[in-house]
Ligand binder design. Structure first.
Ligand SMILES: [Zn+2]
Length: 183
């Protein structure tokens, strides 16, 4: 059943090939040494939260890292890799209203996983799942902006800011502004 649904998506891919234009190769982009570094958006993997759509991104315009909740801890490995290939000078944390992370908590997730694989329960006793029911939306954004600012591999020139994406209206609300880097 699930396979059949993906078949439909593959057909859409086939239909789109007539208009396909390949982007510049990574090697060429890196050699061009653009004056400014990349913008990187870290946001939730929720299917309703599509930065291409709510930021009107064109292809190649921003790096996007998506995971459950748009949490920084999950994104750091990707930032480490991508920031080593080409500079990143703005990181934007975007969490959203009506997020699944607001409707559950780490204990609930732990308990469901333990039911599924009881033999492995001890491996997740202290695991952090990044839900934010207990702290709420704005605080989770603040926590992640701070976590990235404290991240030892953050390039000195990189700004980190935080926004809430309001699903009800489609608008972005600034939660954590950038810091004046000249200070
Ligand atoms: Zn979400």
């Amino acid at each position: 059943m699930a396979d059949r649904r993906f078949e439909e998506l593959l057909e859409r891919n086939q239909r789109s090939l007539g208009n396909y234009q390949a982007p510049p190769l990574l090697q060429n982009i890196v050699e061009m040494k653009p004056e400014s570094g990349a913008i990187c958006i870290i946001t939730c993997a929720d299917a309703r939260v599509n930065p291409d759509e709510f930021l009107g991104l064109t292809r190649g315009e921003a790096l996007v890292i998506r995971n459950a909740g748009g949490r920084a801890a999950d994104a750091l490995r990707s930032l480490e890799v991508m920031g080593s290939i080409a500079p990143i000078d703005l990181i934007v944390v975007v969490h959203h209203t009506d997020c699944g992370g607001l409707f559950t908590n780490d204990d609930e997730i732990r308990s469901k996983l333990c039911d599924r694989a009881p033999a492995h329960a001890s491996t997740i006793t202290d695991k952090w799942f990044g839900t934010f029911q207990s702290i709420g939306l704005d605080e989770s954004i603040g926590e992640d902006v701070e976590a990235i600012r404290q991240w030892p591999f953050l390039p000195v020139e990189a700004q980190v800011v935080g926004y809430a994406y309001e699903l009800e209206t489609g608008s972005l609300r600034k939660v954590v502004p950038g810091k004046d880097l000249r200070k």
